[in-house]
Design a protein around this ligand. Sequence first.
Ligand SMILES: Cc1cc2nc3c(=O)[nH]c(=O)nc-3n(C[C@H](O)[C@H](O)[C@H](O)COP(=O)(O)OP(=O)(O)OC[C@H]3O[C@@H](n4cnc5c(N)ncnc54)[C@H](O)[C@@H]3O)c2cc1C
Length: 399
Amino acid sequence: MPVLGGKRGRVVVLGGGAGGAVAARRLAREFTNIDVTLIEANRNYQACFYSNRYVGGLRSLDAVTHGYEALALSGITVVHARAVAVDGSKKAVALAGGDRIAYDRLIMSPGVDFKFDTINGYDEKAAAIIPHAYKADAQVAVLKRQLDAMKDGGLFVISAPRRPYRCPPAPYERAAMVAHYFKNHKPRSKILILDSKDEYPLSEALSPLWERFYPGMVEWVPAEFGGHVQAVDVKSRTLITSEEKYKADVANIIPDQHAADIARQSGLADASGWCPVDANTFESTLIPGIHLIGDAIDGGDMSKSAFSTASQGRACAAAVGAALTGGAAKDSRLANTCYFLIAPGHGLKLGGTYKATNEGITGLTGFASGPGEDDALRKTIANEGDAWYTAAIREMFGK
Ligand SMILES: Cc1cc2nc3c(=O)[nH]c(=O)nc-3n(C[C@H](O)[C@H](O)[C@H](O)COP(=O)(O)OP(=O)(O)OC[C@H]3O[C@@H](n4cnc5c(N)ncnc54)[C@H](O)[C@@H]3O)c2cc1C
C-alpha cells in the first residue's frame, strides 16, 4: 500500500525492548513502503523476563541476552545510541552525540525509571552496590554475583515497591528463585521480603507453596507491619523501616517507578508519572504523532508485562501503518499472561484479555491460578511459560 503523499514513510522506534522490537519488526514486515529506524541505547538486550530464572540458576546469562542482528538484516536501520530529547513539534529525536533523526511517526517503548527520591539514601550511585536488577541491563548479573558470594546462613532482603510497577509478580518470583538457589547451595540462608504493599499477586495460591518448597526460609512483611523501606544505609547494607532496621548480607531494592526519563522529560507523561495514550492507536494524548506502548504508559486495566507490551506493540504497529498509508487498522486484540515459577516444573499464571474503550484499556476477561490445583496442571503451566518465552524472543529478535 503506498504511503499518503506518494513518499516513503519514516517511522522511528525508540527503545528496542519487549514493545519496540516487536513494533519495529511488524512495521518492517507488513509495510514495505515505510522505512523503520530503531534507536536503542544498548547493544544487547538482557531480558528482565526470565532473568529470575538466571538468578535461580535455571538459565545462563547468555540464554536471557539477545542481540539486534536479525533486525538489521530485515531492513530496519538499527542505531545504538541514547536518545536525549524528543521534539514533537519538529518531529525529530535528538541523540547523545548531537545527531537528530526525523520521523513522520514516532513509537516509544522506553520502559520505566525509578523514583530515587522515595527511599532516603538510595540513588543511582547506591544502586551500583545494592542493585535493583529491574531493568534490561547488567544489574541482574551484579545481584547474581552477590548471591553467589554470600555465605551460607546469610540474609537476603528484597524491598518490593508500591503499585503501579513493572511486572507485579516479579519480586515474589525472584524470592522463589533465590530460595531455590539457596535450597541447593546455601540451605541455612533466609529471605525477607519487605513490602511497600499489603498484598501481592497470586498470594492465595502461593501462601501454602512457600512452606511446601522452602520451609522456614521465606518471610513476608507487609506495609502495615512495617514492610515499607524508608531509608537505607548502603555501606552496612541496612534497610530501615518505621519499625525496625534489617542488616542484609545481600539486598535488592526495587524502588517505586514511573515512565522512563526520556518520556517524562519530553512532556509525554502526566502528573501520575505515566504516559496517557489513546487506547485504540496508542497515540499520545499530549503530543500528536508520537505513539507509546509498554511499561511507560498508563495501561488502564492491563498489567505492565512483556506479554502485554508485545500485544500493544502489534496493535500500535497496525495503527501507525494505517495512519501513514490511509488504510484501516485491524481490530486490535490485547492480551496478557504472566507466568510465575515457584520451583522447577511448578508454574502459576495470571492474566486476561482487554479492549480499547474511551476510558482507556479495559479488562474483558481475567484468570489466575488458584490454591489446590494439582501438580500436573502446574507442570503444564511451567512448560507453557517456557514456550511463551521462546516465542516472545523469536518475535522480538527473530531467533
Ligand atoms: C525481574 C523481572 C521479571 C519479569 N518477568 C516477566 C515475565 O515473566 N513475563 C512478562 O510478560 N513480563 C515480565 N517482566 C516485565 C517485562 O520485562 C517488561 O514489562 C517489559 O520488558 C516492558 O517492555 P518495554 O518495551 O516497555 O521496556 P523494556 O523491555 O525495558 O525496553 C525498553 C528499552 O528502551 C531502551 N531505552 C530506554 N530509554 C532509552 C533512551 N533514552 N535511548 C535509547 N534507548 C532507550 C532500553 O535500553 C530498553 O532496551 C519482568 C520484569 C522483571 C524486572
